[in-house]
Design a protein around this ligand. Structure first.
Ligand code: FJE
Ligand code: FE
Length: 299
């Protein structure tokens, strides 16, 4: 295959098959999210359950809540979020930082804005295959300075997961996933390979980009573009401002999905068992019995 690191040749560039505008909605306790994946019109884009562009300022937030059966990936854009879980694991995710949390059999935690002002970021929910749903919870946390990145020919990339422009992320993805944060300066052009069997999408954060076809209309912030079949993405920035977007892809699991809010299993029976486990503090939820986050303890 004729290919250089900077401009890999694409045999079959992917096209945009659906476009969504993510409008603000209320979630958690007074928080606002622009949900693109996970809303009614796009319940699931295998293996992705939710993509939220969130915006939250104190006293709003996401107080104590459980997860089971998938991963939450929190990537901060502005401000910071403090998290705290029922095992005593806590920390602050700051602008540019990443938290890749594998909830597995169970996590109960809080996610609240830290400091003054509005905290913004992306939260992606990646489904786990049946064989991984009940694994031990695990965190992979990377601070902004340690996120793999490179820049060439007017294209900057931060590699959250997977590989781009010769740079690889250290994050281990149980469900094979790529997650790239691109910035294209004026007149920059990008070709990014994507494994042909994977589902993939673009979410625009800033500026305007021409995606997939040189003749298509430019797309601005808060838009989700679902990509069709092919071996990669082609993008042009023909505007005078920088274009920032994320490209996310994953290997579809091809399994049935049974979801009740923050519990995502394969069957309704497993969901019923999960409700029991959570209610009776068993099978991974033992520590939820006496735990409350600092914010939930009455003065
Ligand atoms: C959740 C409602 C929620 N998007 N983005 C129901 F809001 C949540 C939840 C979040 C969330 C948290 C952050 Cl930090 C960022 C988010 C939804 O916590 F889990 C359920 N079940
Ligand atoms: Fe959560």
């Amino acid at each position: 295959m004729a290919e250089t690191e900077m401009s890999p040749v694409l045999q079959e560039p992917r096209q945009v098959v659906r476009k969504f505008q993510a409008r603000p909605q209320h979630e958690g306790d007074g928080a606002v999210v622009r949900r693109s994946i996970g809303r009614f019109e796009l319940k699931y884009f295998d293996p992705f359950l939710v993509l939220d562009e969130f915006s939250v300022a104190a006293p709003a937030g996401f107080p104590d809540h459980p997860h089971r059966g998938f991963e939450t990936v929190t990537y901060m854009l502005e401000g910071a979020v403090t998290h705290e879980d029922f095992e005593g694991h806590k920390g602050t995710i700051k602008a540019g930082d990443l938290q890749w949390m594998t909830a597995g059999r169970g996590i109960v935690h809080s996610e609240m804005p830290a400091g003054q002002g509005t905290s913004k970021g992306l939260q992606l929910w990646v489904n786990l295959s049946s064989k991984n749903k009940m694994i031990e919870p695990r965190y992979q946390e990377i601070q902004s300075n340690d996120i793999a990145s490179t820049a060439k020919n007017g294209v900057d990339v931060r590699v959250i997961a997977g590989e781009s422009m010769g740079v690889q992320s250290p994050v281990y993805t149980r469900t094979p996933t790529m997650y790239l944060d691109f910035k294209l300066r004026q007149s920059a052009h990008l070709r990014q390979p994507i494994p042909p069997t994977w589902n993939s999408f673009v979410y625009v954060l800033e500026g305007e980009g021409v995606f997939c076809s040189e003749r298509s209309a430019p797309v601005g912030p808060h838009h989700l573009l679902l990509l069709g079949q092919g071996d990669g993405l082609e993008v042009w920035n023909r505007s005078s401002k920088p274009l920032r977007f994320v490209l996310i892809g994953g290997e579809p699991l091809g399994e049935p999905v049974a979801q009740l809010g923050p519990f995502v299993m394969n069957t309704e029976e497993e969901i019923d068992r999960t409700i029991d486990d959570y209610q009776y503090f068993v099978n991974g939820f033992e520590k939820a019995k006496y735990w409350r986050s600092a914010g939930m303890v009455s003065p």
